[in-house]
Design a protein around this ligand. Structure first.
Ligand code: SAH
Ligand code: SF4
Ligand code: F3S
Length: 471
């Protein structure tokens, strides 16, 4: 694996830290994307804090504003442009440094639009150039010339950047980056580059360190986590086996052994790569949560084919059956797109049929959004907006009915809940999550925070359950 040398980034961090010393400068960051994007933001925060910037949630008092963008759907773009409009005046009046990073910056037409309509930004950088951020910032501070730092190369592996995590109990760990699947609706492979995995040793050591710091739950991240190290194996890219790790299944088994870690989750696996060794590892590893996210996207074999998903409706359902048989207490969540080009009423009914049959714990529903540069965008049989919305509403109604029913089944059961902290809406209550990722609210003292407790579920509400500690 090719690891990037980050010596110049660390040097730039030191130089900026020196310039900023004693100035009490503040930064704000807006994270607009998925959990990988959040993980990148944690690295950006780590760097900014080492450069002596102090975090503020109030954009208006920030001296440095970072937008970490996403482009998976159109509304992400609208959000960025809206926010840029908001900070224009602040830039003019205070000279606030405006930095735009993340996936959207990898799209040429967007950077062009920025230059034309929002030319006041200072730095743009893409997901492959996160390590350039402190270097670019140093140059901006010194000579105030706008910098575009976007690479078209496929990104290598970056290790060793500082990180400032949002949470003290749950930590995300990216295990791979990029995607080789090219689902025909999706922009991610174009902006995140080719699939590449981190060295087993770097991941295992990071998780051990997190365990030492008191973290209890690890979320393994990647666009296609269950093909971890597959590209390397197939292309004979050298990597070093460490503690028996040479695949996703062996990675789960190795992390399961790390003392102090109580829960392991991962997103997103791809159904086509759900091999038996992974299913068995989930069954055998007591720390691996039994809620598995299994993106369906569509329940129609025809649509799946055009989407380039590489499985049929039947193969997906067979996989679900096999997993349910092998893994006791399995629950499933999924992603679904409605209104992909050419989707007929019959296709959509097939999606409803799969949802009906699988009975998911949670469904993330998306209206198809055309992405420039993807095959889906060039298809002529786009679905009318009103049909997309009508189908979305029907799917949502079905999902909500299923979830309401499922919630009822929780009442009276005992659940292992990892207590995450005080409830955001009610300071006197605590909040935690079940293995199946359901939010549970309970009464209890602060000593319970970070502990796994068995709760009796007393009542259910659409988005959370209420439980009590049993003595
Ligand atoms: N790699 C992950 C997730 C990628 S993006 C996976 O394969 O599951 C997260 C979700 O956004 C996808 O699962 C898909 O449901 C949705 N999505 C991606 N592109 C989209 C588009 N153009 N329009 C609508 N939803 C989209
Ligand atoms: Fe996009 Fe498909 Fe890759 Fe997921 S697997 S990131 S949906 S191309
Ligand atoms: Fe968005 Fe990039 Fe994640 S496009 S969904 S932030 S990988």
């Amino acid at each position: 694996m090719i690891k990037v040398d980050i010596k110049d980034s660390l040097e730039a961090i030191q130089k900026v830290a020196k310039i900023n010393q004693g100035k009490e400068l503040k930064y704000s960051i807006l994270t607009m994307g998925c959990q990988l994007n959040e993980n990148d933001s944690e690295k950006l925060c780590g760097m900014m804090e080492e450069m002596n910037y102090i975090k503020t949630e109030n954009l208006k008092e920030a001296d440095l504003i970072v937008f970490n963008t996403c482009c998976v759907r159109e509304n992400a773009e609208d959000k960025l442009f809206g926010k840029l409009g908001e900070v224009k005046k602040q830039k003019e009046e205070k000279g606030t440094i405006i930095v735009i990073g993340g996936c959207m910056m990898q799209e040429k037409h967007i950077v062009e639009k920025l230059k034309q309509s929002y030319p006041f930004f200072d730095i743009v950088f893409g997901p492959h150039t996160t390590k350039q951020f402190p270097i670019d910032l140093y140059h901006i501070i010194c000579d105030r010339k706008r910098i575009e730092d976007i690479l078209d190369i496929d990104g290598e592996i970056i290790e060793g950047l500082p990180i400032k995590r949002e949470d003290t109990i749950k930590a995300s760990v990216a295990i791979m980056n990029g995607c080789n699947n090219f689902c025909s609706y999706c922009i991610v492979p174009y902006v995140r580059g080719r699939e590449r995995s981190r060295e087993p040793k770097d991941i295992i050591e990071e998780v051990k360190e997190l365990a030492k710091q008191g973290y209890k739950e690890i979320m393994l991240l990647g666009q296609n986590v269950n093909s971890y190290l597959r590209v390397e194996r197939e292309n004979k890219v050298p990597f070093e086996e460490y503690e028996g790790v040479n695949s996703f299944a062996t990675l789960l088994r190795a992390i399961n052994k790390i003392e102090g870690i109580e829960r392991i989750r991962f997103i997103s696996p791809h159904p086509k790569d759900f091999t038996d060794d992974v299913i068995e590892a989930i069954r055998d590893c007591e720390k691996v949560c039994k809620l598995i996210h299994l993106p369906l996207q569509s329940g129609s074999t025809e649509v799946l084919k055009v989407m380039n998903r590489k499985y049929t409706k039947e193969q997906y359902l067979n996989l679900v059956e096999k997993m349910k048989k092998t893994i006791p207490n399995l629950t499933l969540s999924t992603d679904i797109i409605v209104g992909f080009p050419g989707e007929t009423e019959e296709d959509f009914v097939n999606t409803l049929d799969v949802v009906q049959k699988v009975n998911y714990e949670q469904v993330y529903m998306f209206i198809y959004s055309r992405r420039v540069g993807t095959p889906g965008d060039k298809m002529e049989n786009q679905v009318l907006e009103e049909i997309k919305h009508e189908r979305f509403d029907r799917l949502k109604a079905l999902v909500e009915k299923q979830i309401a029913l499922k919630n009822k089944q929780y009442v009276g059961t005992m659940q292992d809940v990892l207590i995450e902290g005080k409830s955001k809406t009610n300071e006197t209550m605590l909040t935690g999550r079940t293995d199946s990722n359901k939010v549970v609210v309970l009464e209890g003292t602060d000593e319970l925070i970070g502990k796994m407790v068995t709760l009796k579920i007393n009542s259910e509400h659409m988005w959370y359950l209420k439980g009590e500690v049993m003595e």
